[in-house]
Ligand binder design. Structure first.
Ligand code: F6R
Length: 243
């Protein structure tokens, strides 16, 4: 798409169509959601569709990709806070239908917690649609370079590029958490539909590698090349020289 706005509308309308279709079937729409700058325009359009065109989220069940560890849900840098601000508080989604990894507990309980997160997704028949952004290092969720394609929800270490990009939000590098809980590459790969949205010139180098480079764990997003249900949605900035 020539503009970020058009790309965002396209993605929002795909999500809205899925929600409406599932509602007609009397089934929940199970959405995998992302945070960060990229999906903000998508969420804005979904809010508009809710307010002006009767799109309802009452049948939506959502699972977020990731959350910093440790962080309190009310912390303004937490993804729980982000989702509330940029989507949930503006639509009729039931709070008990929203899932974001909780990370305000000690490391001991994490493995079990992560397994339960996976189980919950599976018990609902898996994710109908996973929305992704991409890190400048090729991460999807917080699956940093080197993450196994078989990985599941787990505690991860954030890499220096990711922490550098989070610095502005946290104010200084020492405030950026070292770890996060992220759903795995395998968890993402099992979604029935995957949309990776990339906007702006700063993503053009990594998009070239993700789309045309080798399929390698060094560029976690490259796995999407092998998945027929995956779609890359780019604006001209992110597409750069990709033809
Ligand atoms: C966010 C997430 C990350 C971001 C990526 C891009 O939940 O999982 O993978 O999608 O870091 O972030 P932005 O959109 O801020 O450039």
């Amino acid at each position: 798409f020539s503009e970020a706005q058009q790309a965002s509308l396209y993605v929002a309308h795909q999500i809205a169509n899925l929600i409406n279709e599932k509602e007609k079937q009397g089934k929940p729409a199970v959405l995998g959601l992302a945070t960060g700058n990229t999906p903000k325009g998508v969420y804005q359009e979904l809010i508009r569709l809710h307010q002006n065109e009767a799109l309802s989220f009452k049948n939506v069940i959502s699972f977020n990709l990731d959350e910093y560890y440790p962080i309190l849900p009310d912390d303004q840098q937490s993804y729980t806070y982000f989702m509330r601000q940029f989507l949930f508080k503006h639509v009729d989604i039931k709070p008990e239908h929203t899932h974001i990894p909780h990370t305000d507990f000690s490391e001991e309980g994490i493995a079990q917690y992560c397994q339960e997160y996976e189980d919950k997704i599976e018990s609902l028949g898996g994710l109908d649609l996973q929305l992704l952004g991409i890190g400048r290092n090729g991460h999807i969720g917080f699956n940093e370079p080197g993450s196994s394609f078989e990985s599941k929800t787990r505690l991860v270490h954030l890499n220096s590029v990711t922490r550098e990009d989070a610095k502005a939000a946290f104010g200084s590098m020492d405030k950026v958490p070292q770890k996060a809980i992220s759903i795995g590459v395998d968890t993402i790969s099992k979604a029935k539909k995957i949309i990776l949205l990339a906007l702006g010139k700063r993503k053009s180098d990594i998009m070239k590698l993700a789309i045309h480079g080798d399929v390698t764990t060094q560029v976690p997003a490259s796995i999407l090349q092998t998945l027929p249900q995956a779609e890359f949605v780019l604006d001209h900035g992110a597409a750069g020289e990709i033809k």
